[in-house]
Design a protein around this ligand. Structure first.
Ligand code: SF4
Length: 358
């Protein structure tokens, strides 16, 4: 189960928040930061609350309590506000609504489809690919995407406190061929600015590291997360690449667009990765519109992932043949730089496998 933070639940006047990592020390936060943290702390919802908020029937949810234990609904208000009330097929709703199909065991699917646990030389560190390492910076997400390949990751056993991250940093320092650190999770931007500043500075202190990549869904899910302090702490010596995760153009409203343009104007390279999801974005019109909207806000489409074979997610799959046909249609209507690369991750490959489609 992915745990979520026990953020400060003091009275409104209090500006202290408990650390998402240690739960011990307190820091002063600006009103703005408190605002995104407040949104994060109230994002945990039950099925019935979600249905009630969105005016959809909760019939058929009986017996799904196990899903709520294993992978609870987390969906901030800013994201819910983009869902059309009363529409059970809304493409954003389908990404967060638990489904009885998640309980079906599918042969060939696993809890760790990318075999990440076998590539972990230090707590929270995954070293699979040459020249770059992935550091699980936070065990928390601002949203729970039902198709997530890390939905079964043992976050409980990989507590990410400062001393564990320090072990990972020591490993990175001793591996001179590593040039890029990827912060992932969970979502790294659920960390407080204070902790993130420490992590970014520590990485910048490692001489061979030139690039810091951050995989995050926060700017899309809670656009208020893109505050001035965040922009400041990302303005040091490292090249910063922010890879957002956006699957549908309905996820980009005015606030999200504004947040993305702020990031872009501050010199950060912005890329997007999407997951190809049945009944959500598996048609060329939807993906074409997404590419245009991303680019209008300073983001280049990067990867379109085939869903990983994660237990409980098979109902999101489309076949490779369908995906390749869709990509041919997409390439027919978009300029080349707006066509994402269709990829699949395989545990034994030294890089993502790009699927040919023309
Ligand atoms: S897809 Fe990303 S944001 Fe969504 S649950 Fe998984 S790690 Fe969290």
């Amino acid at each position: 189960m992915i745990e979520y933070h026990s953020f400060c639940r003091h009275e409104k006047s209090c500006t202290s928040v408990s650390s998402p990592l240690t739960g011990k020390f307190s820091i002063k936060t600006s009103k703005k930061e408190n605002s995104w943290q407040q949104q994060l702390s109230t994002a945990r919802r039950g099925f019935y609350e979600l249905c009630q908020l969105l005016d959809i029937t909760s019939d058929g949810f009986e017996g799904l309590e196990k899903l709520d234990d294993d992978f609870p609904v987390i969906a901030p208000t800013a994201y819910l506000s983009r869902i059309v009330k009363g529409d059970p097929n809304d493409p954003l709703l389908l990404q967060i609504l638990p489904n009885a199909a998640e309980l079906i065991e599918t042969p060939g699917y696993s809890q760790d489809p990318l075999e990440e646990e076998s590539s972990s030389p230090a707590p929270g560190l995954i070293h699979k690919y040459h020249g770059r390492v992935l550091l699980i910076a936070s065990s928390t997400c601002a949203i729970h995407c039902r198709y997530c390949f890390r939905r079964h990751y043992p976050y409980q056993e990989n507590r990410f406190q400062r001393n564990q991250h320090q072990q990972a940093l020591n490993y990175i320092r001793s591996n001179r061929e590593v040039r890029e650190v990827i912060l992932s999770g969970g979502d790294p931007l659920t960390l407080s600015n204070k902790y993130l500043q420490w992590l970014v500075n520590s990485i910048a202190d490692i001489p061979q590291i030139s690039t810091l990549r951050i995989h995050t869904r926060l700017p899309v899910v809670i656009p208020d997360r893109v505050d001035t302090d965040l922009l400041d702490l990302l303005s040091g010596r490292l090249n910063i690449v922010l890879v957002i995760h956006c699957n549908h153009s309905n996820e980009i409203d005015e606030e999200v667009g504004y947040a993305l343009r702020k990031l872009s104007k501050s010199g950060i390279t912005l890329l997007n990765q999407s997951v190809l999801l049945k009944n959500i974005n598996d048609d060329a019109d939807t993906l074409g519109l997404l590419s245009h909207q991303l680019f209008d806000n300073g983001v280049l489409p990067y990867y379109l992932h085939m869903p990983d074979q994660t237990q409980g997610t098979a109902h999101f799959d489309i076949s490779e043949a369908e995906a390749c046909s869709l990509m041919s249609s997409l390439a027919g209507v978009l300029p080349g730089y707006l066509v994402p690369r269709l990829v699949r991750e395989q545990p034994t490959s030294a890089s993502k496998t790009q699927l040919p489609f023309l």
